[in-house]
Design a binder for this molecule. Sequence first.
Ligand SMILES: [Mn+2]
Length: 351
Amino acid sequence: MRGESGLGAFDKVLSQVVELIENKQSFAITTHVRPDGDGIGSSLGLCWLLRSLGKRAEVIVSDGIPPTYYALPGAAEIVRVAEVKPYQYDAIFVIECSDVSRPNIGNLENEFTVNIDHHTTCEHFGTINWIDATASACGEMIYNLCKAIGGRISREIAECLYMALVTDTGSFHFPNTTERTLKVASELVKAGVKPAQISEAVYNSYPWSRIELMSQVLATVRRDPSGKVAWMRQTLDMRESSGMVDGDNNGFVNIPLAAREVIASIYMREVRPRFYRVSLRSKGNINVARIAEKFGGGGHKNAAGLRIEGDWDESEKQIVAAVVEAVNEAETEAIRLTNGHPVKDVELSLI
Ligand SMILES: [Mn+2]
């Protein structure tokens, strides 16, 4: 699916990965703690690929995996480990990790590792570092690897990689969705994926506690006077009274963005008294990663996160002010680009 313009740096790394697989026998694959659909789907997809090539392979994690992914082929065989032993594997694939400590598995730093990621912000901690920021998900990279090595996309591989794609692109509606993403998805469906079945597992299989929690969190939603910035809270009490389990609040931060005029959303969770985890989401040119960085966090242009400590109201005020400022700056910039004629439609398309 790449152009015929010769091997770029990226393709050279991909050939190194292919060569490694061809020359070695025994592999482990791991991903970050609290794994998401891309981490688990890509790991299992790669595991099935390696096995189809006659290699020994297993997926190792330090904690469990969320119930959403239990039905994926191979999920039941995922091994929980605290550390790896020297020479236990010829090489270890580390998927979607910003640094070598992210899987929380001991001794990884001493192993032959292949760092596979689609975030440019990751450290080059691997013996081989295969980073492709043009990929919508690591799942798309594993698909490319499968093609490069001449593997067949089995139904098992396809289901795992489709899970990776559908979760990382928000069902193909986030800005990382490209022509290539949809082509890959189409190939995966051709290989036997039932899209509705995967969507059912991801979006319609939560416990009722998600709905309880959602009603409480949404009751706290507020907006700034312009109506463009929305924020909401999840308190420790809400965790308790809703009976919340891990993952119940997935995607809550996106809910206010369903309103046309809202272009930035803030979701603050109290993790213990005076400590909050904050998610930021935006539409268009509002760069929330830059805001998160000011508070020691990070992320992408339209999706970022940070931690903050202190009084609820004071912490919320600081973050809201930073986001409102960024929104105002982006609007000023949009007006400047239209020569001082803030035509509504033009303005909307620019920010
Ligand atoms: Mn990903």
